[in-house]
Design a protein around this ligand. Structure first.
Ligand SMILES: [Zn+2]
Length: 316
């Protein structure tokens, strides 16, 4: 007999606007059989499902319930990456277009003598490396012990394994804080955005990049129809818990007390090198979609916008 998992706790009202009219849009499936030895309690969730529900008020979507297992997210992300994998992540530069653009747009906003940057969820350190090359004093926060150590080694820059309260207590403040592909992994994102202000200088800038929730789901559904045997997935294992639209991302930033919010279509992720002409074609398609979404009126609301890029300033 298999033992029962630790259960679920309902998330209640919309995490962004507090609305209570939420309707199911898809279902997340849990598959943790690979964790049977490492974490049997986590592995027991294998086969469970939870609905992803979208708020009629603001368009944001979230899980209807979260696993009650203590430290669920830390345990799910307790992955022991190999050195080869981390080196490839650093070297392949699949997010370089996004990182370079974020650094450039922040450089437009912050004078040269004040350029200090903290990258939350710094992963293998690629963004802080590019920021340092562009003249910023860049640091990272990365809680995973392996990627954190790798990032420090690869960049020679400070990479903290600490939470924002610790950095605040140490008196660390930054002119810019970046969250690139981070906020979609965090429940109750308004609280997370409020927390960022602990380490922002007064009037400092935040840059946030997230997937566009409904457009990613639409893409997955199209792929599910076209590719035999493919099951659309945007949230399995609750890897993504916060699914934003342009409007709900704006509202999240404003509710957390940010001003001068601007939201655009984010630069695309690039496929890893080494696929020849097929890669060149995919690069051209992604760059073309981004460019089109940026020139069209309300382009960020069209399905061309697969990812959202926001900039906002901490209210002084
Ligand atoms: Zn809402």
């Amino acid at each position: 007999m298999t033992e029962a998992h630790a259960g679920f706790a309902p998330t209640g009202a919309c995490w962004i606007c507090g609305g209570e009219r939420l309707r199911p849009v898809t279902r997340a499936i849990f598959e943790f059989s690979a964790y049977a030895q490492q974490d049997p309690e986590l592995a027991r969730y294998t086969g469970a499902t939870v609905e992803i529900v979208r708020c009629r008020g603001c368009g944001f979507a979230q899980p209807a319930a979260l696993p009650s297992l203590p430290d669920y997210f830390e345990r799910m992300y307790d992955q022991r990456w190999s050195d080869e994998w981390m080196e490839a992540e650093f070297r392949d530069g699949t997010k370089d277009l996004i990182f370079r653009e974020v650094v450039a747009r922040l450089s437009d906003r912050v004078p040269a003598r004040r350029r200090t940057l903290l990258d939350l969820g710094a992963h293998v350190g690629r963004l802080i490396q590019l920021a340092a090359e562009a003249g910023w004093r860049a640091e990272g926060v990365e809680l995973n012990p392996r990627t954190s150590a790798y990032a420090a080694r690869a960049t020679g820059l400070p990479v903290h394994r600490a939470d924002l309260r610790d950095l605040e207590a140490q008196g660390r403040r930054y002119a810019a804080v970046t969250l690139i592909d981070v906020l979609e992994h965090i429940p109750r994102p308004v609280e997370a955005l409020l927390g960022v202000k602990r380490v922002l200088e007064p009037g400092g800038w935040i840059a946030v990049k997230v997937p566009h929730g409904p457009h990613q789901l639409m893409k997955e559904r199209i792929r599910g129809r076209v590719v035999p045997g493919y099951r659309p997935t945007v949230a399995d294992n609750l890897v993504h818990v916060s699914h934003f639209t342009a409007g709900s991302l704006r509202m999240a930033l404003e509710r957390a007390g940010y001003v001068d919010v601007s939201i655009t279509t984010a630069a695309p992720v690039l496929p890893p090198p080494g696929q020849g002409a097929a890669r060149a074609g995919r690069v051209a398609v992604r760059r073309g979609m981004t460019a089109a979404a940026r020139v069209l009126p309300f382009g960020v609301r069209t399905p061309l916008a697969m990812n959202l890029q926001a900039y906002a300033r901490a209210f002084v």
